[in-house]
Every structure is written in C-alpha cells, then in structure tokens.
Ligand binder design. Sequence first.
Ligand SMILES: [Zn+2]
Length: 403
Amino acid sequence: MEKIYERDAYESKFSAFVGEVLEKDERLHIVLDSTAFYPGGGGQGCDKGTLDAGSGLAQVINVYEKDGKIWHECEMSGSFSSGQKVEGLIDWERRYTMMKSHTAEHILFHCLKDILKDIEMVKVQIAQDGSSIFVRYPGELLMDNVIEAEKCANSIANKRLKVTVKEYKKEEIPKGTRAKLENIDSEIVRVIHIGDFDICACAGLHVKKTDEIGIIAISNLTREGTGQHKISFLVGQDAQDYLLQTKLACERACSILQTTSDKLEKTAGNLRAEKERLEYAVKSLNERILDEMKPARLKDHYLYSKLLSGMDNKKLMEKVGELIKTGRTIVLLANKEGDKGFLVIAKSPDTYIDIKEVAEKAFAKMNGKGGGQDNFISGAGEGSKLGAAFGFAEEELTEKLMA
Ligand SMILES: [Zn+2]
C-alpha cells in the first residue's frame, strides 16, 4: 500500500482502489491501495477530506494506522465496495496549515534552544486552529525569551531554506540531529533537514521551503505544572490576523487610557500602583468610620447600622464581633465590593429581638443567601441590590426595637 504523502506531501488529489471496507457504529472504515491521507503522527493531526466513488461520497472524518494499514473513517451517503475506484480529495487548507506549522515548530524550538540551552521538548501539538510546543525548563521561562525566539524563527523562515526529508539507519543519523531514539521503534529513521540550520527526526509533514510558512507569531505562553510550559503559536494568515487583532486591542487600550503604545506599559504600571494606593486608603478610611461609629438609642437597645464600600469583610466581621460584646446591642453592617454585596446582622446575647427573619428577607432582596447562628448572620448577594437590602433591614429592625 502506497503512502503518497511520504513521497509527495503536496499531492491533495489522487485516484485509488478500495480494498477492505468495514462498517462500525454507522461509519465506514475503508482501506485503499494507495492514499494521500496522512494518518497523523509526530504531534500532527490527521487529514480530513472526501472519497468519491461515483456511487457514493464519503466524508473522511478520521484517518488512522492500524496493523500497517491506513484506515479512512467515513461518514457516507451511497455505497462503497471492494475493488471500486475512488477519487480522493484532501482538505488542503487544513493540511497545508499543519505542514507550515510543523516546519515552524522545528525552527522555533531550535531558536529557543539556542537562547536557553537547558530547555527540553516534551511534546508538540500541530493543529489547524493553532499549534503548541510543550517544554520543560528548570528556570523561569519568560515571554521575553519566547519573543526573542519568535524573532529568530521569523528571520530563519524568511531565508527561503530548503526543507528535505532523508532516511537513515538508526546508528547513522547525522551528528546534531534532535531525536529521541529510545522512542523510535523502526531501524530506519526519518530525518528533516532545514537548510543547514536544523536537523530533527520527525514523522510529520513539512513544507519544501521555509518562506512558505509566512509569519510565525507566538500567541500564548502558559505554565503547565512544575517546570513545564506551553508555547502556542500561529502561522501565515492566522498569525497576521492575530497580530493585527493584538495591535487593535493595544490601540483601544491606549485610547481608553489616553496614552500612546510606547507609553502603555508605564501607564498601566502607574495605574496599578495608583489602584493599590487607593484601595489601601479606602480600607483605612472604612476602618476609621467603623471605629467612630455611634449607635442609635432605640428604647432600651442600641442599633449600629452602616453601609460601606471597599471594606475588608474579615475586618468587618471582627468589628461586629467586638460591638455585640456590649449589652442590648444590634449591629447591621453592609459592604459593597465591586458587583458583590455583603451583609451582616448580629446581636448581643441579652437581646430578645429576633434578627433571623429580618436577615432572611434582606438576603432575598439582594438575590443572595446568608448563614450563621441565631445571633450572628452573614451572607452575600448582588452589589447593585445591597442598598435596598440594607434599607429594608434597617427599617425592620428599628420597627421591632420601637415596638
Ligand atoms: Zn516535524
């Protein structure tokens, strides 16, 4: 059985004859005497496309290798039978994107390795909608390092280096080849040469010349557990679209912050420092308000009530605990933080007033829920409805105390 993609990765249309046909779970699994459909491998996804037999059209949704045969898993209309001639058509956009991405991955990793010699490849994931390199690095992997590798990779890709595929016996592979030989079962190793720049053992499909890749753009860097990182990248038009989108987002942020892109980082840093300073000031102010809070005398009880915003809820609870140590006291405190509202109602042990019912109704008014003990109930709900809940609770408690 001929694997056309091994001889020519650019053949997207081919004629072949149907060999075995199996039906499984309403899908046909077809073997052909030759195929250009790549079953996937080397981290690259399989091809998709169609098989047209005249008497039926099969959508190839998965391709896999089993027992030395390439199986085409198809959703189909019409019939297929052994010996029939079919016209195969590969989804070329999908395949070509993966060929470009796979070649870009070799270059990008080589550049990374030149910058950080202790970096190790864990695995690659080559897909149509974006690809990733998973690496292990003992130090801190910074976006700056990755961007430096991106710059290097783009300059290599622009050099129009020839990409060639060669086969070697395991013991004869050229010096400097990146390969995990312990993971390769066969005696013959497929090696990809990118000009004189890179040599790497790989089962995937690649372009013939590096400038076919177009732009290579890093789209994300994430930490994947201890020492492991995922570097995501895009190629060609997708990379260009991504860069334009990023530029647009940057310009919009500049317009909001009334600054220019060269000053954006500094402006963002200043804003963050300012935000932290203001948050601290609000918290200090809130603490002062709490300390200076005076209760209302309602017949034989004291009622503390205050609506705050930007307060630390833990501090608030501590203060409530302190206030109810005084006899005949009821405390109602509310705190708005962003879109969240927090409410506490508590009373001293010598108070006969029932606060539970008031609390339940107040939490319902802010679409929230509370909990705690009969004399100390707290809960959270919607920030925008906190004012109404607080007002309701204050009125109800006053009425109860004045009764
Ligand atoms: Zn490869």
